[in-house]
Design a protein around this ligand. Sequence first.
Ligand SMILES: [Zn+2]
Ligand SMILES: [Zn+2]
Ligand SMILES: [Zn+2]
Ligand SMILES: [Zn+2]
Ligand SMILES: [Zn+2]
Ligand SMILES: [Zn+2]
Ligand SMILES: [Zn+2]
Ligand SMILES: [Zn+2]
Length: 722
Amino acid sequence: MDLSDSESEAEQVSPVAKTLPVKKHVVKAPHWRRELRVEVDTNLNGDRIVMHQSVLQEILSAAGTEPLPNPLSFKIAPLGTSAIAFGAVKEFTASSEDIVQVSQTLAERILATEALATITCVSLPKCEYLKIAPLDPEYLQIPDLRALLESHLRQNFSCISEGDVLIVSSPLKKLNLSKSTAKDFRFLVSESRPEKSCSCIDVDINLDVVPLDVGLAEDAVRQKFFGSLAENSAMKDVFLVPEGNLLRGSTSGAVSAAAYTYYRIQAEGNKPWNYTAILTSDAGDCDLFVSVSGNEKPSLEEHDYYNIDERESRISFSFGGTDAAMDVPHLYIGVRGYTPDAHFKLAITRSAASTASSGSGSGSVSVLETSSSESDAPLPDHSTCSNCFQQVPQRTLPMHEAFCFRNNAVCTRCRTASTSTNPLAYVFKKSEFASHWHCDACATVGNSMSSKEKHEALAHKAIPCECGVEGLELQGVAEHYGSQCPERLIVCRYCHLRVRAGKKSLAAKDLMSGLGLSEHESVCGSRTIECIKCKANVQLKDVQVHAKFHEVQKQNQKLPPLCPNSQCSNAPNAQYPNMLSLCQPCFSPYWFPSDPQNTKVATKLLGAYHQQLTTGCGRPHCTNRLYCATVKEGGNMNPNDAAVVALEALRQSALFKSGSLSTYHLCVPDAKNAKRREMADSLQGMGFHVSWCVKALAESDDDAGKATTWLLQNAPSLTNKT
Ligand SMILES: [Zn+2]
Ligand SMILES: [Zn+2]
Ligand SMILES: [Zn+2]
Ligand SMILES: [Zn+2]
Ligand SMILES: [Zn+2]
Ligand SMILES: [Zn+2]
Ligand SMILES: [Zn+2]
Ligand SMILES: [Zn+2]
């Protein structure tokens, strides 16, 4: 009763306890939409677009104080069609306010050359996952497919949508190989997460290359390894279909002694699953072997899991949710005949890994505890039977022992091995005890002569391995083939092809990396690609460390110096510091040849604020909205109020605070200087310190589009501190 109660409670509680996935915060796009004429610019690549400077102004004012989405993306919908595409702004340098310039490929995708299109500012979530399906079976010729796709995406796309086709020119072209191999490869973006259209600038995308359909994949693999498209008839698919809260598939068949029938199941390795495979022999006997590492023909000699129990072989295992699992599209099952003409049923179930482990697991443990504690308790007025060691009431002991010695046999090996005193574990009827057996070489126990024969025939037979290892037995096969055998097949993490692993690489560098590289991977990962940041040639196996290095370097840069005047974009001259910590032009009006008490500078500064607040600087470019009557809301301040505000402003100066904490709000005469600071203030919304925004504008001639790109590439972001 207790058990069932607690279980049903747990069932009621668990759905509530599950946390919903937190939706990632996405910056809202400013409300901006316009009809523009689509023009092809052959200098543009991928989905980069160019619009007029006025668009940026409009967007900045539409955004107000809200941060701008990054990158600034736009939906392009040609009028009168249902086609849409997404593009990200490269620059705001178009010659006319009425056009949007796009690349040839983007124009072709929406068939919109010289047409009017509605352009809407949108905010796309950062892409987390892309499923990419090759459309040409020759794709396996590409040496490092994933790296190639990643660099193609980086160079050509800032937004990606389901249904986009990537046209990747063959890397073999560069090597001047024959024309037949040097073709372009097409890849379909078949799935994109978290949404159907995502931004893919500066993101770590989980890229999944999956065959578009099973047949295509089979063709591709066969073409690569055998150069032909011969049908592989021995392999049968088992499809899992929903049944209750799990997936289930079943099949039946017949197999002769020592022969195999193979089955294949779609793996879906991106999530963790619990599998159970049950093989039941209807006639004769056969055994079950499973491969979760891509071996198409799991057998007695090469497998990841096995079960050779008589009549029914059952294997439960977990698979999926790891990087390696993503590269294994199928699980394989081998059924091996033990007796001639075995007929069998095979059933496979799959359930989500989390629910199954918490559900049944805890229940069965508590059952065991209950039964063992009950039988451990000593009973009053009882004695122990000297044959079966059971507790028997004292008055019936002679009768029990007489019966017990005649009929029961006790297996001492079972009794020693058993942790409980429950006699059912080791007391046998004498007739049954004759066929009870223990293996001398392992812990296996059985209750029939046939199972003993089978165990001796299969379990301790020496199993030869291609690698020449000796003394291998069935129990050691999975471990040997899974992690030690140099002849085993692995999926190389760099070329993503199934290759012989070779020995574990013992190169000092590989050992230190902790990646556990095989000899093949050590060599394969030594190929280099050019780092887009520093142009250095980086080995594939160092790419992650190298990228991390750049990221840390970027995040740890010292803030560029910036004048503490909120209206100014100059850098203070570190060689000639002044008492107000201002830049040279900002400080010049406050310089006095002799001012030991700082009274002259304080009076002058107070006067300057008062003047700004009461009459204003009168400059058309001024944007000093809180401290200058020329642009202030409410216009000129009365002298008394102005005196109070001016005094408070003076208290924020370096005369009262340490230089690094001081702030000023002084109108600046130089229009370019003021304009740059104003643009920098609005760029801050992208998540960068204003000092970096000023530097970005200085580096890109005050072009907001170029400055945005510069910031993303060079400035430490305030949001992802490392
Ligand atoms: Zn007894
Ligand atoms: Zn025994
Ligand atoms: Zn054994
Ligand atoms: Zn081996
Ligand atoms: Zn490789
Ligand atoms: Zn680099
Ligand atoms: Zn300044
Ligand atoms: Zn002003």
